[in-house]
Design a protein around this ligand. Structure first.
Ligand SMILES: [Zn+2]
Length: 114
C-alpha cells in the first residue's frame, strides 16, 4: 500500500467531504426543528461548510493552472504534478520534476526541503 495520493485528487476529496459534511449537518437540523436557534446554527454551519468547499474547488482550479501536465511513464496517461514530487492520479506512480530527486524513495517531505 502506498500511503500517498496525488495532491490535486486529495484536495478534491477534501472538498467533496466538506460538501457531504455540510449536507449532513443541514440534514441534522431536521431533528432540532422545534428549536429555532439550533436549526439556525446547524443550517449556518452547513452553509459555511458548503461555501468553504466551493472556495476549495476554486483553489484547486488555481492550483491546476500551476500544476505541470505530464504523461505518466508508468501508465501513459496524462496527469498533473504539483510541487517537486507528486503521484500519478491514476496509478500512483511517484513523479518528480527535479532531476536530482530522480530514483529517490518517494517522500512528501521532499516538497518542503530546499
Ligand atoms: Zn500513472
Amino acid at each position: 500500500m502506498k500511503p500517498y495520493k496525488n495532491k490535486i485528487n486529495r484536495i478534491r476529496s477534501f472538498a467533496l467531504g466538506l460538501i457531504f459534511f455540510g449536507f449532513i449537518i443541514m440534514y441534522g437540523a431536521i431533528f432540532f426543528k422545534d428549536n429555532g436557534i439550533l436549526v439556525t446554527i446547524f443550517v449556518t454551519l452547513g452553509l459555511l461548510s458548503i461555501l468553504a468547499s466551493t472556495a476549495v474547488y476554486g483553489w484547486i482550479g488555481l492550483l491546476s493552472t500551476k500544476a505541470v501536465p505530464v504523461v505518466c511513464p508508468n501508465c501513459g496517461k496524462h496527469t498533473k504534478v504539483l510541487g517537486r514530487v507528486d503521484m500519478c492520479m491514476y496509478c500512483k506512480e511517484p513523479l518528480t520534476l527535479d532531476p536530482n530527486l530522480e530514483g529517490q524513495e518517494f517522500d512528501e517531505a521532499l516538497n518542503k526541503k530546499r
